[in-house]
Design a protein around this ligand. Structure first.
Ligand SMILES: CC(C)(COP(=O)(O)OP(=O)(O)OC[C@H]1O[C@@H](n2cnc3c(N)ncnc32)[C@H](O)[C@@H]1OP(=O)(O)O)[C@@H](O)C(=O)NCCC(=O)NCCS
Ligand SMILES: CC(=O)OP(=O)(O)O
Length: 323
């Protein structure tokens, strides 16, 4: 990953891409913001008490020209954002509700992105995923042609790099959702220098078990192959059949995937979220993400267990999604 991050950092220099870090009072977030500002890779946009934050930044030797601080107490900005929010929600929020929501850092920060005052947002070090992404789902919305956003992790251990999805958003994806998640994940893999070989995971390999759950995944394989036949994609696979060449020979000898998959699509959020955390905590993989796919502007979520380095890296990736 170091190599990809170095490439991204080079691409981002002088671009002055503004990334909102709404949880600015969290020490991990503040530390990452200081590093980003000092390296001039990304312009961190911090939210909170302007005077206090600027004093803290100055004490950390940050040039205030390299970051932006918005006061959440500034009535004029808050009221402008609230009015815009009511317009965007088209009857789904009153002025009063909007004014209350703008007191929440994730709503305020997401509106800054929507209004073009910032380019992207990284949050979730304190907030749950639901509270981090709901403003994005309501305000930023998915790109044309994409019905569901989903969350991928880039899993890195020395030279090994894999993509895992959906580990963050869709609790019970349908076959159509899984096909869409697989296609978007293949694109994300390419964007991060991985030539995708996509495995649709299950507890069955090529009909070794048959149930509603396994049929959901084999149907997703059909849909994905129809939607984009250029992607190397197959399933349904157990993880060993997707990843271990000798097991693939036995369980799926005729597949385009021969135990060499590098993009893993989980059949449900239970499997995806548990799966990536096992690889992270037992397998010592670094888990970068979740990177949200398919939104009109990059909004990315952190795990509450993140480190300052995770915040720094996800901010760089988020800024790179703006290029
Ligand atoms: C993502 C999540 C918060 C959305 O739930 P929700 O807020 O109850 O969603 P709702 O059904 O009320 O929809 C809210 C809006 O988001 C949109 N939306 C919901 N899921 C979406 C998705 N996957 N992609 C795009 N838009 C979505 C809806 O269309 C709706 O838009 P609208 O208000 O403009 O009509 C919910 O699915 C969730 O909690 N997922 C699990 C998150 C999690 O805990 N992950 C594990 C840790 S990473
Ligand atoms: C991605 C994820 O699982 O987030 P959290 O650990 O914050 O729930």
């Amino acid at each position: 990953m170091a190599d990809i991050l170095d490439i991204l950092k080079d691409q981002l220099k002088e671009k002055k891409i503004k990334i909102v870090l709404p949880e600015s009072n969290d020490e991990r977030i503040f530390e990452a913001a200081v590093k980003l500002a000092k390296e001039k890779i990304v312009v961190p946009v911090l939210l909170g008490n302007k005077e206090k934050l600027e004093m803290k930044l100055t004490a950390a030797n940050v040039d205030l020209a390299d970051c932006i601080v918005y006061s959440m107490e500034d009535a004029e900005t808050t009221s402008k954002l609230a009015t815009k929010f009511v317009e965007i929600r088209k009857g789904k929020a009153t002025e009063e509700q909007a004014a209350n929501l703008m007191k929440q850092v994730n709503y305020f920060g997401t509106m800054l992105v929507k209004e073009g005052l910032a380019d992207g947002l990284v949050s979730g070090a304190i907030h749950s995923t639901a509270d981090t992404v709901r403003p994005a789902l309501q305000i930023i919305k998915t790109k044309p042609g994409i019905s569901k956003t989903s969350g991928v992790f880039i899993m890195v251990r020395k030279d090994e790099k894999y993509i895992m999805a959906d580990c963050a958003i869709n609790i019970a994806p349908t076959s159509q959702d899984l096909a869409e998640i697989a296609i978007e994940s293949a694109k994300t893999a390419k964007a991060f220098g991985i030539e995708p070989k996509v495995a649709m995971l299950s507890f069955s390999t090529k009909g070794s078990a048959v149930s509603d759950e396994t049929l959901k995944v084999s149907k997703a394989v059909e849909i994905a192959n129809e939607l984009d036949p250029s992607i190397v994609l197959d399933g349904e696979f157990q993880f060993d059949a997707a990843f271990v060449p000798s097991v693939a020979k036995q369980k799926a000898p005729n597949s385009v995937i021969q135990g060499d998959a590098n993009v893993f699509i989980f059949p449900s959020l239970e499997a995806g979220n548990i799966g990536y955390k096992i690889a992270q905590r037992l397998g010592n993989f670094q888990a970068i993400g979740p990177i949200l796919q398919g939104l009109n502007s990059p909004i990315n979520d952190l795990s509450r267990g993140c480190s300052s380095d995770d915040v720094y890296k996800l901010s760089i990736i988020t800024a790179a999604q703006c290029l």
